[in-house]
Design a protein around this ligand. Structure first.
Ligand code: ADP
Length: 501
């Protein structure tokens, strides 16, 4: 096993990876830009290296491969964990890490390259007998070719960037009149986001569910799956609430989707943890969407239902160990839900709202986990993804997990930046969600006009914090909060971080 690992990321995922490194007695190195000098991942690592001159722009910091590799060299780290986002799915970075004599904690560079291109991945998976979303097998820039393909598959169609991710370069087109214009806009967006403007068309499926399968594969040819996660609750084609198991799967479908994911892993020579994403239609047919060659944001719901630490397995696989688990050794228990907490405004199309976290008090209690990258007083910089953390609950069954998540969201106080907490409570409490009647258009269908309640708990919480900060004490506002007794003051909470810094 490695003695020292560098985490090439920031925020909650860097903190998450650091937690496992500490448990495994592996020394850790964080990297950071100047705006993150006091960030939680920097305070949580054994050592921290500023990237270059500390410029905050991603291209000069967390996306700067040479600076990160140099930080590993200077500190004597033997391996690099890329987290998610940033360089995690960059095949050139994985190759550079390996060429520098270090271990990349993820799949081999050539596997990332193949799967990072959506049309190449579709072709490989189709050849391996995995059903793929109907659509084009190759990219095209000729409007006539696109128009003919769209006519053949029937409108609506979805334009996608071959190099795409994060919903960028994606456009739904309802009729032939809008195709050329949308194709040109999607291609420009893809070019500026990924340096590659290639696009292709898929059939736009009507209200599918997003169901993905977690896989683990070692370098010795063994691969298993760790069941599914349903991630249908999305805004702008991006996930916000995830759960496992999916209530849309029976044992037979679960087995078939798991086997398809393992077949996909084997077809590309996959190594390490990965996720095979599918769309599932209302008839039970499923179609391959893409493979994410990294740890997913939503990995904790798998961890808490199968009882495994995925980061530990990533490290063991990267160190060359054989998988110690065979498929029959893995089973799922209970039900888990994750809510992503971003600094965003759900009443303004989920616009990012960076700022200063004035106060936070994570929810606790049985079956509750908060993977966070913040603390009271932490800055949420404008330069990066505004995720603050993820609230994860586990309970015996789905109704209990929903009740627990609603309670945990109510208890999870983050002040100073806007979050979608109230919206997520309303989603979880809604009848269609409770009935398991979810699909990727759920928010548009049921919450398009959602606005926060004017005088809810938020006012009481603000009153409490104001009282606390002004030294008035805990009387009054605190006692009006649901479930509140006496909360620790922000200054006591801050002291924890002072001790560790
Ligand atoms: P990205 O890599 O940009 O995140 P994905 O291919 O993973 O894009 O798709 C993201 C989401 O977009 C899916 O979860 C789903 O909600 C929607 N989506 C993608 N392809 C289709 C399709 N062919 N039909 C309907 N919805 C789709």
């Amino acid at each position: 096993m490695f003695d020292k690992v560098l985490v090439a990321n920031r925020g909650e995922i860097a903190v998450r990876v650091l937690t496992t490194l500490r448990e495994m007695s592996i020394a850790s190195v964080a990297v950071y830009s100047e705006v993150d000098a006091q960030a939680l991942h920097v305070l949580s690592a054994d050592e921290a290296v500023v990237l270059g001159d500390g410029a905050p722009e991603p291209a000069a910091s967390y996306l700067h491969a040479e600076r990160i590799i140099e930080a590993a060299r200077v500190t004597g780290a033997q391996a690099i964990h890329p987290g998610y986002g940033f360089l995690s799915e960059n095949a050139d970075f994985a190759a550079q890490v390996t060429e520098a004599g270090l271990t990349f904690i993820g799949p081999p560079a050539d596997v990332i390259a193949k799967l990072g291109n959506k049309t190449t991945a579709r072709q490989i998976l189709a050849d391996a007998g995995v059903p793929i979303v109907p659509g084009m097998r190759a990219t095209a820039d000729d409007p006539a070719v696109l128009a003919e393909a769209a006519q053949d598959m029937g409108y609506p169609v979805l334009i996608k960037a071959a190099a795409g991710g994060g919903g960028k370069g994606m456009r739904v087109v309802q009729s032939a009149d809008h195709l050329a214009e949308a194709a040109s806009a999607a291609s420009s967006e893809a070019l500026s986001s990924f340096g590659d403007g290639s696009i292709y068309l898929e059939k736009y499926l009507d209200r599918p569910r997003h169901v993905e399968v977690q896989i683990l594969a070692d370098a010795h040819g063994n691969a298993i799956h760790l069941f599914e996660r349903e991630c249908s609750i999305q805004r702008r084609h991006q996930k916000i609430i995830e759960e496992t198991p999916s209530c849309a799967l029976n044992t037979d479908l679960r087995t078939r989707m798991g086997e398809a994911a393992v077949a996909a892993a084997k077809a590309v020579g996959y190594v390490n943890a990965g996720t095979v994403e599918f769309l599932l239609d209302s008839t039970g047919d499923f179609y391959f969407l893409e493979v994410n060659t990294r740890l997913q944001v939503e990995h904790p719901i798998t961890e808490v239902t199968v009882g495994l630490d995925l980061v530990r397995h990533q490290l063991e696989i990267a160190a060359g160990s054989k998988l110690t688990l065979a498929q029959p050794d893995v089973s799922q228990r209970g039900h888990a839900i994750e809510c992503r907490i971003y600094a965003e405004d759900p009443a303004a199309d989920f616009m990012p709202c960076p700022g200063k976290v004035l106060y936070c008090r994570p929810a606790t209690g049985p079956g509750v986990r908060f993977d966070a990258g913040i603390y009271p007083g932490a800055e949420v910089p404008v330069h990066y993804d505004p995720i603050l953390g993820k609230l994860i609950v586990w309970a015996e069954d789905r109704p209990a997990a929903i009740a627990r998540m609603i309670r945990a969201l109510q208890d999870n106080v983050v002040l100073g930046v806007q979050t979608a907490t109230e919206l997520m409570i309303d989603i979880l409490a809604s009848e269609p969600f409770r009935d398991g009647d979810t699909n990727t258009r759920f928010l548009e269908d049921h919450f398009a006009d959602w606005h926060p309640c004017e005088d809810g708990d938020a006012q009481a919480r603000l009153g409490y914090v104001a009282a606390d900060l002004s030294g008035v004490g805990h009387a009054g506002a605190a006692d009006t909060l649901p479930g509140a007794t006496k909360w620790p003051s922000p200054w006591q909470t801050l002291a924890h971080w002072t001790l560790r810094s």
